[in-house]
Design a protein. Sequence first.
Length: 352
Amino acid sequence: MAQAGNRMTVGEGYANQVAYCRENDASVTARAVAALAALVASDEPGAFWERIRDWPGSPLGDGLPLRSAGALHGLYLSGKAPQLAPIYTGAPADDAAIVAGAVREHEDFMLPWLDGPPQTNEAGRSSNFIAAELWLADQGLPARFECLEIGSSAGINLMIERYSFDLGGVRVGPDSPVMSFAPEWRGPPPPDRAIAIAALRGCDVAPLDLTDPEQVLRLRAYIWPEHAVRFARLDAAVASAKSQPPDLVRQGAADFVEEQLALPQEPGTTRLLMHSIVWQYLPEDEQSRITRAMEAHGREATDERALAWVALESNRDLLNHGLSVRYWPGDGEPQLLAAAHAHGAWVEWFGG
């Protein structure tokens, strides 16, 4: 699963991110990334800019443009740099000039944001997971799902049993949900099947605590500011986590998958590995370990103890996301079920 971004220069990575934001209705974030890109391409001095220019890895694979955009938005949300307001309120300004000044003044705040990948946990993506579960149940797999998520960030998608969904007229979820989702549905509806979630467990190498205000600020910084509904979703997730935290551990993805797959599985369940906008951040050895583990356990899957793998990952060529699935017993070949908006606004269903 090599990423096209691995072949990009830093400048090309920023340009791709600007296009990606514009394609996903994020003009404010595109404006911020464009200002950052202009300064990266200039001779603006400073440790922040030099670190970006000398980035040793894949700019897109490492989420470099979003790391820097998150730093800038976090600086604005902190109240330390009110001069950034025109970018985030849509007022005319010399964007590069005000960003340069803000970074010069607050470089110590900005630099640590480059140390780790973006935290882009988004509840709206859970519609894709539920649609995939409906499809898997329609293929004859047990409709009770034991869900395992890697790259869970704060665990917002580990609370999907508390959310309700209207997916092209197919309704799933509790009567009194924490959140409700009705993405614009393109194409035929997914299968209308009764499904249940038996368990939800997840991991992250640097999990965030939804009850810690400072860590929640980090999540807010990675929300694209023009998508106001996402802030309301985060507030709802925070409130729900305070009463019942998600089942989330600090662990690497490959270790987690191998450990969880080795545990006994109840009959009448489908063990489901799921992830969204995570695969590109995993080193190749971890990707290989996860793939080997899934395929090995897939060969042992039965009608009563099935295994499935659902991934919602970026397509940097099409500037959207692809929802793919593999399952066992079966041939385990990847199938593309849908294309989707970055944060759940729409789903274009192919799966039937």
